[in-house]
Write a protein that binds this ligand. Structure first.
Ligand code: NAD
Length: 419
């Protein structure tokens, strides 16, 4: 079995981590049990470019139990848990091409090794496989039944391709499912971003002036959690509706040029580029900390920060680089501007990934059943799958809910008449 991981001897720890996460992924475990009997993906080649974490390992186990031949590569060079990668290869016989800290050329070599597997279904977190299949590996595009996209940034890229008439196969916007972004982006990113920052710096959140750039799903989650820990949270936005929502949620809202002067910790969660740039770094206080939790490491203009610096002290603490500016102020950049919750912590807690990955697994079964019938477009996850995942999750939490009475069903169907 071909693979490329850091060190197979790490497998013992990796297996423990995978099984520990599995305890908190009851919905996915239930689907795995069902799939291991019905084998809905029997003999299908699947390539997945996802963060190589314990939670992803449990998704891969589920797809394998469904009969698929699955290979994995990383969707981010810094997020791979090397022990998990080792265990996937050694204990679960799932090929992995991913090493934490791999350079750009190894990262793309691994993406290409995943595509050498000749997949009929792909999973992406940021559209890297789809991008290769539309540029350098176009021969492989013809055999793709569908591709799943896990994150906001990927869906934005794919919708742009669809609009330009460039898309060559159906894509499922798993990110846009309520069972994904409502929980994963908000509660998962919210908590794990705080976790990553604390692990990297050990700073006290209480009383800290924290700037959250972006008040979308991730930004809301982070701002809410940071406030819950006693921080004074300032939000920056470019969308007037989101800015208004932040203001009415009780946050101070102002442009980055204002926030830069008062903030002590800055976190970007926008999916956009150069949200913090030269003009902002110049205004920051001495010892300001800057981190990103958006998908790509372009939200903070790192080349501009490098230009402003007279000296860079790498790794003054793990995941922390100190930039000493020409004006002698120090700026601390965390995780090289990459997703801080994955670079310095463990990504989203398993319980929240349970829902995203249960949705992914059921969606793989769905596209297989509709082989050849899905239009070449970006599709939403069907509401039945969303409801099924939500019901199973509620059940796993021992939460019951009301059912509509016959009278209520009739009332709702006719209430548009207004009486
Ligand atoms: N860290 C993680 O584990 C994780 C998890 C899920 C998503 N993401 C990524 O986080 C990013 C945000 O995702 P989301 O689901 O919150 O998206 P979203 O579209 O809900 O929110 C993004 C927000 O940023 C705002 N914005 C854009 N440019 C801005 C700027 N220059 N200044 C201030 N605000 C700006 C937008 O108006 C929007 O409100 C994406 O890149 C996504 O892929 C990361």
């Amino acid at each position: 079995m071909k693979h490329d991981v850091a060190d197979l001897s790490l497998a013992v720890g990796g297996k423990k981590r995978i099984l520990w996460a599995d305890n908190d992924m009851p919905v996915l475990a239930l689907i795995r049990k069902k799939f291991s009997q019905s084998k809905p993906l029997k003999g299908m080649n699947i390539s997945a470019c996802l963060h190589i974490t314990a939670e992803t390992a449990n998704l891969a186990r589920t797809l394998k139990a469904a009969g698929a031949n699955i290979v994995l590569c990383a969707s981010n060079p810094l997020s791979t848990q090397d022990d998990v990668a080792a265990s996937l290869v050694k204990d679960f016989k799932i090929p992995v091409f991913a090493i934490c800290g791999e350079n750009r050329s190894t990262y793309y070599k691994h993406i290409n090794q995943a595509l050498d597997h000749k997949p009929v279904i792909t999973f992406d977190d940021g559209a890297d496989l789809v991008n290769e299949l539309h540029t350098r590996r176009t021969k492989g595009a013809g055999r793709i039944l569908a591709s799943m996209e896990e994150t906001t940034t990927g869906v934005i890229r794919l919708r742009a391709m669809e609009k330009a008439g460039l898309l060559r196969f159906p894509v499922i916007a798993v990110n846009d499912a309520a069972t994904k972004h409502l929980f994963d982006n908000r509660y998962g990113t919210g908590q794990s971003t705080v976790d990553g920052i604390i692990r990297a710096t050990d700073l006290l959140m209480a009383g800290k002036k924290i700037v959250a750039a972006g008040y979308g799903w991730c930004g809301r989650g982070f701002a809410m959690r940071a406030r819950g820990m006693g921080a004074i949270v300032i939000v920056t936005e470019i969308d007037p509706i989101k800015a208004l929502e932040a203001a009415m949620d009780g946050f101070q809202v102002c442009p980055m040029a204002e926030a830069a002067k008062i903030g002590e910790l800055f976190v970007t969660l926008t999916g956009n580029k150069n949200v913090i740039r030269s003009e902002h770094f110049r205004l920051m206080k001495d010892r300001a900390v800057v981190a990103n939790s958006g998908h790509f490491n372009v939200e903070i203009d790192i080349p501009a920060l490098r230009k402003l610096a007279k000296r860079i002290n790498r790794q003054v603490r793990r995941h922390v680089d100190e930039y000493v500016l020409k004006n002698n102020k120090r700026i601390y950049l965390l995780g090289d501007g990459r997703l801080i919750n994955l670079a310095a912590a463990e990504g989203h807690p398993a319980s929240v990934m349970d829902m995203s990955f249960a949705t992914q697994a059921l969606e793989a079964e769905y596209v297989t059943k509709r082989k050849g019938k899905l239009a070449v477009a970006v599709h939403d996850v069907p509401v039945q799958i969303e409801q099924q995942v939500s019901r199973l999750k509620l059940k796993s939490m021992s939460i019951d809910i009301d059912k509509l009475t016959a009278e209520q069903v009739e009332y709702l169907a006719t209430s548009s008449e207004g009486t």
